[in-house]
Design a protein around this ligand. Structure first.
Ligand code: PLP
Length: 451
């Protein structure tokens, strides 16, 4: 069989309404299915594939680790790859982030970082500090605390009763916020919106503020203005709040620099990473923390109250180490910056299609916002499922894209995200843009016919 669908299978798929091609091989920026069809991986899966598919030396490093020491529990032992990856990551982290706590997904890393922030305040004798603030739109994962911190009403709808309240701060989202990204900036873009929520909530009760330095799928690669993160740093210092940077999607070189915060010249109190650090060769998430926080836990209870079986997994860390080595050897973060410029220049050509409202992003991260009316920026009705239909058309055309929905008003809003491997060639960028142009043209004519 080359195509699978529910219910003729034993797999509980991510989507129970559609058919899935059976992927059998990956080569560079391409995924090949069992029927021999080739798909250009325009989104690196879910923003994961950085070094491309099928890199022999990374596969070999993972296999070698599996042969020598696949697993030890982090309560009994440490291991070479864990020690070495921690040293490598803290070496390139901004500010004083000097310790790494490894988990197996981005959501797990967010949970651990939020618990660490809360535990810290209890250990230092400030137990009133328990609230988490975060941005809307924003996304931090699907486990309960990470979901609570996420500004995605649609994902939360079934679970409201279980979710801890997280006060919302308007995200800097130039296409949709009040100032439309131009001076004078609105409170969402200056950071005043955070100060206002802090004061409403009483800063004495706030433990942490978590946010994505460059918007991921929630604001579709929106880049906050240069003054935004320095202002957030100041506010968090002024009110005694720990700032957690969620670089799970936009970190590890995706924006053309290792950390998107490098461009803002400030550093957070905690950072979470995931996705690109292993390029998909194994699951991995990480919390980066400074000694000034962790020392207080060492002197207090002695451990972070967030243990999981696969914390500090040698195999995942070996994959991370080999991926970072490959990124460095081939100077792929620099290449990401150069290929990003080519990508954005190419994408300017799809702006002519009337359903394209905005194209934005940085490095090899781009968001295309689709709208029913360019003048008013009105989104399509959700029932049209425009983003999902574009993804289906793209798959048909041999192009993998990432959809995102709901950012315009919590329910409506259609985004297509692009995030290919950093190894993409100029010719492949042309192919990506051509296929995308075809998909959007078809979508536009389908919508014009039905309206
Ligand atoms: N944070 C951000 C910014 C993300 O984009 C994601 C996933 O897309 C997560 C957290 C959660 O990561 P994971 O899906 O690995 O749990």
């Amino acid at each position: 069989m080359t195509q699978y669908r529910y219910p003729e299978t034993s797999v509980f798929y991510r989507d129970l309404t559609r058919e899935f091609p059976l992927a059998v091989r990956g080569e560079g920026c391409w995924i090949i299915d069992a029927a021999g069809k080739r798909y250009l991986d325009g989104s690196g899966g879910a923003f994961v594939a950085t070094v491309g598919h099928g890199v022999a030396e990374i596969a070999e490093a993972v296999a070698e680790q599996a042969r020598t020491l696949p697993y030890v529990n982090g309560t009994h032992f440490t291991s070479e790859p864990v020690e070495r990856l921690a040293a490598t990551l803290v070496d390139r982290a901004p500010g004083d982030l000097s310790l790494a706590y490894f988990l197996t997904s981005g959501s797990d890393a967010v949970e651990a970082a939020l618990k660490l922030a809360r535990q810290y305040w209890v250990e230092v004798g400030e137990p009133r500090k328990h609230k988490v603030l975060s941005l809307t739109p924003g996304y931090h994962g699907n486990t309960m605390l990470a979901l609570a911190a996420s500004g995605r009403p649609r994902y939360k709808a079934y679970f409201r009763d279980w979710l801890t309240p997280v006060p919302r701060v308007a995200a800097p989202y130039p296409y949709r916020c009040a100032c439309r990204g131009a001076a004078p900036l609105c409170p969402a873009c200056t950071g005043d919106a955070l100060e206002q929520v802090l004061l409403e909530e009483d800063p004495e009760t706030v433990a942490a503020f978590i946010a994505e330095p460059v918007g991921g799928s929630s604001t579709g690669a929106s880049v906050p203005p240069p003054e935004y993160w320095p202002r957030i740093r100041k506010l968090c210092d002024q009110y005694g709040v720990l700032w957690i940077a969620d670089e799970i999607l936009a970190g590890a070189g995706r924006t053309g620099v290792w950390s998107p915060l490098e461009r803002y010249g400030v550093s957070p109190d905690l950072m979470v990473m995931g996705k690109g650090i292993t390029g998909g060769y194994a699951p991995l998430g990480v919390v980066l923390a400074p000694r000034r926080l962790v020392d207080r836990i060492a002197q207090g209870s002695g451990s972070l109250m967030h243990a999981q079986t696969y914390v500090h997994h040698p195999l995942s860390c070996a994959a991370g180490l080999a991926t970072l080595r490959y990124l460095d050897q081939h100077d792929l973060v620099t290449r990401c910056q150069a290929m990003g410029e080519l990508l954005h220049a190419g994408l300017a050509g799809v702006k002519e299609i009337p359903i394209v409202g905005d194209i934005r992003g940085i490095g090899l991260l781009a968001g295309i916002e689709l709208v029913a009316d360019r003048a008013t920026r009105a989104p399509f009705a959700r029932r049209e499922r425009v983003a999902e239909r574009c993804i289906a058309l793209a798959m048909e055309a041999g192009l993998v894209l990432w959809p995102s929905t709901g950012h315009a008003d919590g329910m409506a809003g259609d985004l297509l995200m692009i995030a290919p491997p950093f190894t993409i060639s100029p010719e492949e960028i042309t192919q990506l843009v051509d296929r995308l142009h075809g998909v959007l043209t078809r979508m536009h004519s389908e919508l014009t016919v039905t309206t």
